[in-house]
Design a protein around this ligand. Sequence first.
Ligand code: NDP
Length: 336
Amino acid sequence: MPLRSREIRLAARPRGMPTPDDFELAEVEVPDPGEGEVLVRNAYVSVDPYMRGRMNDVRSYVPPFALGEPLTGGAVGRIVASRSSRWPEGSWVVHDLGWREAAVVEEKRLRAVDPPAAPVSTALGVLGMPGLTAFVGIDEIGGVKEGDTVFVSGAAGAVGSLACQLARHRGARVIASAGSAEKRAWLAELGVESTFDYHETSPRDALRELAPDGIDVYFDNVGGETLEAAIGAMRLHGRIVACGSIAGYNATEPPPGPRNMFLIVTKRLRIQGFIIRDHGDRWEAFVAEVAPLVADGTIGYRETVVDGIERAPEAFLSLFAGDNVGKMLVRVGPEP
Ligand code: NDP
């Protein structure tokens, strides 16, 4: 009997904050894999903030999602049928046909779950794309070194929590902002020296208090008011890692820019954006360093798991409410 798979499609282009009505659940029959293809039964699919931008009908570094089509994104699953000599049935793989329970995937779009010893869910989080983002941001873009004071926003999320820990591992002092007491407590457990909740204390006041001598590196996941405060707190020759700007992803008008941009000149700051798909060449170095640290517990991670593909829109929306601690995942099928 052919496999049936439920999937989430984009029903309407959201304006501002998406609503459940912007998504629809559909069920399809999955075809048999053709030559060079495999059939993957997904165990987890990822919901990520960048997907919000793809829901708009604008050209960006990735094309927009098509209306009425299933959404795509990171997924990890097991090959249940294979017509690829390279990928035997039973292998666990990562691919980009998420937001559905099962998919036929071309062999060139597969990556082995690496390392097989860690729970497969980590392949979408601490040992996956968000992990690599933290690694590249801290080292290549931020040039974090011993003795630096590093400020990370969105610090209890998938990228932020590893960015904090890698910065500490490089010998930096870390200041972190996050949206709840639970998140602050977890960051303290991870060894982050100073934390604040940006709902309670303005980033400007918090940085004045926690970094009276300024910060060397700002790892920006949120933009907005926090970015302005960080520019104000930067030391001479500071570096800003422009990773994301989630505070503005649902804006209906262009959000106002930082009002203190001239400080970039006077303080000789460097602000550099990056898109992680340009940095695939760092993958091996990332896994070689971070996987053993995750395995021996030196690096901690958390996951917030929502069950059922029908709840993927809810999981996605809750990223903007800050409901996730660590990586937000949707469990859609059996795991090993
Ligand atoms: P997270 O796991 O950090 O989840 C998103 C978090 O953002 C929420 O938990 C919430 O935490 C916080 N948040 C939501 N709304 C706001 C707001 N208005 N102001 C401040 N914080 C908010 O997601 P990721 O780790 O996957 O992504 C983190 C950032 O990195 C995003 O900006 C993302 O776009 C970016 N990114 C960039 C990549 C690149 O290639 N440049 C690759 C991957 C991610 P809280 O409770 O603290 O508010």
